[in-house]
Design a protein around this ligand. Structure first.
Ligand SMILES: NC(=O)c1ccc[n+]([C@@H]2O[C@H](COP(=O)([O-])OP(=O)(O)OC[C@H]3O[C@@H](n4cnc5c(N)ncnc54)[C@H](O)[C@@H]3O)[C@@H](O)[C@H]2O)c1
Length: 263
């Protein structure tokens, strides 16, 4: 499906954070296939350059390397969109990191880093684009939540509480911005994936407790569909909420989790 040329985002200008891998990359490829012009951020320039080699109409897109938890990076994304295209239709707040550690082992620095990358980045990017969307009387923002937005979770015997609270914040931010800006034409929603095979979990997280392959097998089996998602399956849900097809949908959280939250 991702290779079919289509027009669901024709002439739309979209910012995607954390576009270098996983769900962000699949979203970038999907959006480009549907005619969007993209401003693509990641902290990893190599990944962005690789993405440009794979994406449809690569000359239409701009890459902005930088840490999205920094105000200057968030501002730069919206400035580039306005400078090049004169508008911002879509913001996908996707960049994020996982964190697996019990509260007693989380340092205040860890806490600040995870909250900054996962949640403060969403605030900074939304703050930068909303004035333009208000002027346009139109815009769509999608925050990446998670099944962890809604439930307590442990992995490999340790809590994921720090990650979970940032993902709960992503959902709450979508609701709060949705109600505030609904009358001004801005829609804000969250997509909440279940386990999706990406670089989100690395050997740094599994620390030799299990192999990465076993980790993903286990995470997949915890979902009623008995498998992990492919990033393109999450990207399709993001495409729906970003596009005009969801014109009466705002403040909602769309679980894309193989049935995990239905239990
Ligand atoms: N993979 C899953 O199972 C899963 C489940 C639920 C939610 N999510 C969410 O989906 C989103 C995308 O994650 P993914 O699974 O594709 O992971 P990923 O690690 O494959 O991709 C995340 C990208 O964000 C980039 N990034 C990290 N820190 C950054 C920073 N400070 N500034 C800019 N870019 C930065 C990384 O370089 C990477 O390219 C995240 O918000 C994640 O929490 C993932």
């Amino acid at each position: 499906m991702a290779n079919d040329l289509n027009t669901r985002l024709q002439e739309k200008v979209a910012i995607i954070t954390g576009a270098g891998s996983g769900i962000g990359k699949a979203t970038a490829i999907n959006f480009a296939n549907h005619g969007a012009k993209l401003i693509l951020n990641d902290i990893n320039k190599k990944r962005l350059n690789e993405l440009l080699k794979e994406i449809h109409n690569s000359e239409d897109h701009i890459i902005v390397e930088g840490d999205i938890s920094k105000e200057e990076t968030a501002n730069q994304l919206s400035e580039m969109a306005i400078e090049k295209h004169g508008k911002i239709d879509i913001l996908i707040n996707n960049a994020g990191i996982h964190y697996i550690e019990d509260i007693t082992d989380v340092t205040p620095d860890d806490f600040d880093r995870c909250v900054s990358i996962n949640l403060k980045s969403m605030y900074l990017c939304a703050r930068a684009v909303i004035p333009h969307m208000v002027k346009q009387e139109k815009g769509s923002i999608v925050n990446l939540g998670s099944i962890s937005s809604f439930v307590g979770q442990e992995m490999m015997g340790k809590s994921t509480f720090l990650y979970n609270i940032t993902k709960a914040g992503a959902v709450q931010m979508a609701k709060s911005l949705a109600t505030r800006y609904a009358a001004e034409g801005i829609r804000v929603n969250a997509v909440c994936p279940g386990a999706t095979k990406t670089y989100q979990i690395t050997e740094e997280h599994t620390q030799g407790i299990v192999s990465l392959e076993d980790f993903w097998d286990g995470a997949g089996e915890a979902q009623p569909m008995l498998r992990a998602a492919d990033p393109s399956e999450i990207a399709n849900a993001i495409l729906f909420l970003a596009s005009d097809e969801s014109s009466f949908v705002t403040g909602t959280s769309l679980a894309v989790d193989g049935g995990y939250l239905a239990r």
